[in-house]
Design a protein around this ligand. Sequence first.
Ligand code: ZN
Length: 562
Amino acid sequence: MNLEIGITLNDTITNSIVNRIREYDAVLKERPAEDVTRRCSSARILAGMGSLLGIPVFLDIKSLVDRTLLEQSDPQVMGRGMFIPLQMDEFQLMIAVANPWDPTPEDVCAQKYPHVEIVKVLAPVAEINKILESVARRGGPEKSDLDSIEVDEIGEEIEDFNVSIKHEEPLAQFVAQMMSEAVRQLASDVHIKCEKDRIHYSYRVDGDMQEKHDIPVKLKDRLDAFLLNLMGLAPEERSKRVGISGRFTLVYLRRPIDIRFERHRTYRGYHVTMRILDKSHFEAKIGMGSLAFDENTIFELDKVMAVPAGIIVMSGPTGSGKSTTLNAILRELNRPEDNILTLENPVEDEIAGVMHCDLKSPTEFKPMIASFMRSDPDIILMGEVRDYDSAELAIEAAITGHKVLTTIHCPRASQILERFEQIGIERWKIAQTLKAACAQRLVKTLCPYCKIKKEGITERERSIYNVGEEWLNRELYIKAQDGCAECGGRGYSGRTAILEIIPITAEWSDALSKGTMSPYELEIAVRKQGVLPSLKTSGLGLVEEGRTDFDALRKVIDMLSE
Ligand SMILES: [Zn+2]
C-alpha cells in the first residue's frame, strides 16, 4: 500500500496512518484499507499522521514563514530534509516538516540553533516545495561559480539530470535553468525552435504558449547534442533520423521528473518538444482537485466502472487530460484481486500494482497484444485507439470479458462510435461493447487573487456565447488583464477538467447496432434526460461559480453547437 503524499514511508508506518484515519471516519471504517489510499485527499492523510503523532498540521504555511530566518538556511539542505524553518524566539524554533519520521530536519536545526527547543508542525510536501522554490528563485541563477554536473544514478544506463544544482559547464547550467524554470511555472511543455536567424525556447502553461526566449544561434548544434546525450543517444543520430523520440529524467529539488522528448528535423534545424510529466501538483483522484466533477457525473462514472466487461472510451483533443482521468479511473479500479495491464506509448503515470508496458514502435503492437492476452488480464488500459489493429484489440478484449479503458481523438463523445467506424470497425461491434463514451476538456481557472467581478454580460456577448437571458444580469468573474504576481501576470492559474459521459445502456446499444438510433440522437436523448451535464453545461457551471470566465471556456468548447 502506498500513500500518495510525496514522501515514502515504510509499511508499518503506512498501516498505522491508515488505521488512524479509519478510526475517525465512519464510512472508511467499513471499507477495505486500500480505499483509504484511494479515496483520501492528501490533507486528510496528513491529518491522520498529525493525530497519530500529536503534531499540529498546517496546510498553508506561507503566511507563517519568517523570511529572514528562511534566507539564513541553505535551500539544498532544506530540500534534502524536506523542511522549512517558520519562526524562532529565544526559546523555540518552529519548523514545518513533510515527513515527521525523518530525523534530518531536527539534526540540522539542532546543530545550527543549539540553544532552542525544536517544535515540529506537519505541512504538505507541495507547500514545502513551493517555499523552497521561492527561495531558489530569489537566489537566481549564477553562472560564475559552477561545479560539475552531478547525476544521480537511477536507471541502468541513462543518468538523471539534476536541475537544482549549479553546473560548471555553461550549457548544462543553461539547460538546468531552462528546465527548472519550466517546472516552477508548472509548464506542460518546453519548445525549442530553430528559425532562420534565431533559436528560441518557450513554455506552454495551462495550454497557452508563453513568450519566446532567445538562445545564442551558435549553440544550435551543441544544445542539440547535449539533449540527445541526456537520453544516451549519440549526436550522429540526428542526421540519420527525421524524428527522434525519447525520455529522460530530471531531478528537481530531489524529486525525479520524467521528460518525454520529441525532436523533428526542420528546414532551419530542429524543433524539440519536451513534455514535463510532473504529477506532483496534480492530485489525480476522481472527485478531487481538478477532477472534482459534479455529483451526477461521479455517480455515473462509478456505475460505469462497475460494469464487468466492456470499453470505456475517453475522447478529446491532445492536452485535454484524457490519460490523466483514465489513470485516475485505473487507480479506483486497482484491487489486488485484479490483474491490470497497460499498453502505452509512453507510460505516463506509474501506478503501484499495475503492470505497465510501453510500446517502443508501432510494429510491436501485434506481438505485444498476443503475449498480452495470454497473461490473463482483467482490466486493460490501452493508451490510444489509432488504427484498425488497436480498435480490434479493444473490441476483442471486451467481447471476451475484459474491461478496457482507452482514448480516441474526436471532439464529441457521440462521435466516438463514428470514429471507430472510420477506422474500419462495424457499427454493431462497437455499439455492443462500448459502455461509456466520454469527452473531456481542461478549462483554465481564474487566479483567485486578481479575478475581477463583473455584473452580467452584454446582449452581444450573449449571442457570441450562445447562452440564456439569465446571464445578462448574473454576477460573474473575469480575468484581470495584467494578472498579478501570484499568477505570473497571466490572470489564470491552473486548469480543471470537465467531463461529459454518454452511458450506453443495453437499450441504447441495441438501437445503435440496429441503426434505429444515430449517435447524435443518443446524445440528444441523454441531454433530454437532464441528469448528466454536457461539456457546455459543466463549463457554464464553472463560470457561474466564478472559477473561470467565458473567454477561457470558449477556447476549449464550441459554444455555438449546443
Ligand atoms: Zn493573479
